[in-house]
Design a binder for this molecule. Sequence first.
Ligand code: ATP
Length: 475
Amino acid sequence: MTVSLDTIVSLAKRRGFVFQSSEVYGGLNGCWDFGPLGVELLRNIKEQWWRAMTLRDDIEGLDAAILMHPRTWHASGHVEQFADPMIDNRTSKARYRADTLIEEYIARLRSKGKTAEADALADRLRNAKTADDYYTIIVEAQIPDPVSGSRDWTPVRYFNLMFKTYIGPVEDESSVVYLRPETAQGIFVNFKNVLDSSRRKLPFGIAQIGKAFRNEINTKYFLFRTREFEQMEMQYFIVPGSEQQYFDYWLEQRYQWFLSLGMRAEALRVTPHEKLAHYASAAADIEYEFPFGWGEIEGVHSRTDFDLRRHQEYSGKRFEYTDPYTGQKFIPYVIETSVGATRSFMAFFCNAYSEEEVPSTDSKTEVRTVLRFHPQLAPVKIAVFPLVNKEGMPERAEAIYRDLQRRWKTQYDDSGAIGRRYRRQDEIGTPYCITVDGQTIADGTVTIRHRDTMLQERIAADRLVEYFSAVLQHQ
Ligand code: ATP
C-alpha cells in the first residue's frame, strides 16, 4: 500500500520510535532521537547486518574513532571534493542543492508530460560539473523557486559537507578536525593493522557500524537525509582482476539481505550508476520505493586500489599485500558495501506499515494499523495478557511474562478489552501475543495469537520458551 510520509512520522512519534531532536527547544534540523521502540528496531537492524557480515569466515569487525587525523580527509579527497553545489533564492531566502533543484524541476516536467524538455535538461544535468554549469542550467531553463516562484537566484557555490571542529584548547588551522562523513576511511587506514593482527589472506573484509555526519544543505524526508546518521559499511579486499566477480557477489548478497528481512521485492530495485567516479570500475545502488519515490538505501562500489593507494601516498606507509603463494606485491582492490542504518530503518518502517479492514465486535468493520516487521526486527517480540484481572489469571500471566522477558523483549498489558490490546501491539509490530484465560488455570495452556494472520493456537505454557526459541532463533 502507499502510505504518506506524514502518517509514518506521526506514528513513529506517537508510539515512541522517533522524536525530533531537542524538540523542547524547537527542534534541531536534520537530527532525530530514537525512542524506546526505535532504539530496539535500530539495534535489531544493526544486529542482523553485523551477524550477516561477521558470522562468516572472511570478515573481521572494527570500531574506529569518529575523529581521525585530518590528513585522512585530504587523502580520501573529502577536503577538496566532498561538496555540493548550493544556490539561494534572493526573494524567499530559501537555500537549495542546485542539482536537486534541477532534478525536482525535471520530475515536475515529466509529471506534466513534457518529456522531451525533461530529457534534454536531464542530459545537461548529467554533464554538469562546475558551479557555473549548474547556474547556467537554472537560469536558461528559467527554473522558479518552488516556494516563491521567484527566479532571482544567487550564483551557485560549492559547499563542503564536512562538519569542522577543533581538537584541544587552541582553535586554529593546525587543530582542525572533522566529524567523519563516512565510516569507510576508518577501515582503510586500519587495513594493515587488521591484516597483520588477524593473519588474514585475500580476499577478506572489514565491517564497521558507526555514526557519520554530513552538513547537508537540505535535510528532508524524515530519516532519509539527515545531518547525523548511522552507516554500516564493509570493505572487501581482493586480488586485482577479481573485481567483477566480487562486485556481482556482494550486490546479490546485499539485495538478498533486504529480502530475507521481509522487504517487498516490488519495492526494491538495483540501479547501476550512470556516472562512475574516475577510480571506480562499477557501482550500483539498491533503492527502496519510499512514499516520496525511489531512493538509495545502499551503495555497492568497486573502488579499485584508489583508497589504499591514496593513504599510502599521504601517510608514507606501505599498504601493499604480499601474495603468500606467488610472492607478488600489490595494493589490494576493494569492493565496498555501504548502507545507512538509519535510512534503512525508515525503509523497513515504511515497508512494514499496513492498514487493513477487519471485523469489529459490533459486526461492523474497523481499520487496524499493523507494522508487519520481520520477527527478527520487531522491537517487541511478545506481549502477554491476562484475559481478565481476576481468578488467578494476572499472577499466571505475570509469571509467564517474567520468564519470557529474560530472553526476549516482552510487554505485559492488562488494561482495556483484549481486542484493543491486540491493536496496540499490532501498531508497534509485535509478532506474538499470549493470552492467559480460564482454560490456562484449568489445563495449563495459553493462546498464541499471530499478528499477520490474527489466527490463534493453543499451546502448553511450559512449552513457550521452546516454541519462541524456534521461531525467534537467537533474539
Ligand atoms: P546521497 O546521494 O543520497 O546523498 P550518497 O551516494 O552520498 O547518498 P553514500 O556516500 O554512498 O551516499 O553513503 C552510503 C549510504 O549512507 C547511503 O546509501 C545512505 O543509506 C546513507 N546516507 C548517506 N547520506 C545520508 C544522510 N544524509 N542521511 C541518512 N543516511 C545517509
